[in-house]
Ligand binder design. Structure first.
Ligand code: AMP
Ligand code: MN
Ligand code: MN
Ligand code: MN
Length: 281
């Protein structure tokens, strides 16, 4: 690899294999056009896009890192753990993710039943119409359908009014156990990183307890610079990375040109004193 300062790492994004709006090869092409030199595709609970993305990356001359973003439940909160450098052919990881995807299918039926109860019919079929990969259904697919039906102005307002905790179409879900998700990632050769740690409804104390547990389970890194953090949060999580001796990651969490305010690779650099998650790649 060339000098580090010429590298642009984006280690978190989504394709149509989960809830992104661009196909894996289109993500890679856009990343390359934006100057990304090392890209990880990290679809939710699904590895099916990694082959196409790797091929496209080889053709576009950028380095590809196979990734995943695993849904975890910790203290009744949903937390996302990114796995970087996992083996897409790892059978155990694949089986555990298939189990999570099946639970998404059952959740989708319950979400649709809640919408039925609100007098908004047809959302299950509607949401699947927006899921290019029917094995992976998520709230974003419901949200896009409802926007196109005119029920809400944009995806963010569907979440705000219906799909988040406390709102009428929210359905609680038991995802993977934190230690299990970290173990699956590690057993498949990957490195576990906390996705957008600033986005969870955790008190400062709970956040530290969570980070300590994650570290004890074998977690190695946290995202510091992500599309989900404000500049203030870059500083907060840089401090926590130093304090807990975590590797630091950088990723846009890009889902699509209209829905994401941060495009692939268009992020500030990590604070120079942090050890990046790619330090030994
Ligand atoms: P799910 O894993 O199906 O519960 O959906 C989580 C996904 O929904 C996230 O990865 C985002 O893509 C999207 N999402 C979550 N909260 C919001 C929000 N407030 N506004 C827009 N999209 C959101
Ligand atoms: Mn998503
Ligand atoms: Mn996430
Ligand atoms: Mn994500």
């Amino acid at each position: 690899m060339g000098a580090l300062e010429t590298c642009n790492f984006d280690l978190h994004c989504h394709s149509t294999i989960s809830d992104g709006v661009l196909a894996p090869a289109e993500i890679v092409r856009r990343a390359a056009a934006n100057g990304v030199t090392v890209l990880a595709l990290t679809d939710h609970d699904e590895l099916d896009g990694l082959g196409e993305a790797a091929q496209a990356a080889a053709a576009d001359g950028i380095r590809f890192v196979p990734g995943v973003e695993i849904s975890v439940t910790w203290a009744e909160l949903t937390i996302h753990i990114v796995g970087l450098g996992i083996d897409p052919a790892n059978a155990a990881l694949g089986a555990h993710l298939a189990h999570l995807r099946a639970s998404r299918g059952r959740r989708a039926e319950r979400i649709a039943a809640e919408f039925d109860g609100l007098g908004i019919a047809g959302t299950l079929q509607g949401a699947y119409g927006y899921a290019e990969n029917p094995k992976l259904i998520g709230r974003a697919h419901f949200a896009r359908f409802l926007v196109d039906c005119g029920v809400a102005r944009d995806v963010a307002s569907v979440f705000r009014h219906y799909l988040v905790r406390g709102k009428p179409a929210y359905v609680p879900q038991q995802w993977a156990d934190l230690a299990d998700a970290v173990a699956w990632i590690r057993a498949s050769g990957g490195r576990a990183v906390v996705a957008h740690p600033g986005r969870y409804q955790l008190s400062r104390e709970e956040l530290r307890r969570f980070l300590a547990e994650f570290k004890a389970a074998g977690g190695e890194g946290i995202e510091v610079v992500t599309g989900s953090h404000s500049p203030d949060q870059y500083a907060t999580f840089a401090r926590l990375a130093r304090e807990f001796d975590f590797l630091a990651s950088r990723g846009s969490d890009f889902h699509g040109p209209e829905e994401s305010h941060v495009d692939l690779g268009r992020l500030p650099p990590l604070p120079a004193d942090l050890r990046p998650v790619w330090h030994d790649w």
